[in-house]
Write a protein that binds this ligand. Structure first.
Ligand SMILES: [Zn+2]
Length: 89
C-alpha cells in the first residue's frame, strides 16, 4: 500500500489491478490525505468537494489559467486587488 500511497499522491489518481485482475481507480483524497477508491468519492459528492477544497488550500492556483480550470470566482491571482494607477500619489 505504501507504493500506491506515494504514486497516488504524486499523480492525483492511479489505476491498479485488484486481486481478481479488475482495474480499480484510486484518487487522492486531499481532505483525509490518503488514496481512496474513486467509487467512494465520485465527482460531485460531498467527499469529493471536501477533497477539492483541501487541495485548493494545499496547492493554491498560481496563474489565471489554473484559476479558470478550477472554476475560481475571484481570488488574488485572477483578480488582483485594484492598485493605484501609475502616477497617482
Ligand atoms: Zn482565482
Amino acid at each position: 500500500m505504501a507504493g500506491l500511497r506515494k504514486l497516488c499522491k504524486l499523480y492525483g489518481s492511479l489505476v491498479v489491478k485488484d486481486e481478481k485482475g479488475a482495474a480499480v481507480r484510486y484518487v487522492w483524497d486531499y481532505a483525509s490525505d490518503k488514496p481512496t477508491r474513486e467509487e467512494e468519492m465520485p465527482f460531485g459528492s460531498e467527499r469529493h468537494a471536501a477533497s477539492e477544497r483541501a487541495k485548493w488550500l494545499q496547492h493554491p492556483p498560481r496563474n489565471r489559467l489554473q484559476c479558470a480550470a478550477r472554476g475560481c470566482d475571484g481570488c488574488a491571482v485572477c483578480a488582483p486587488p485594484a492598485s493605484p494607477a501609475p502616477g497617482t500619489p
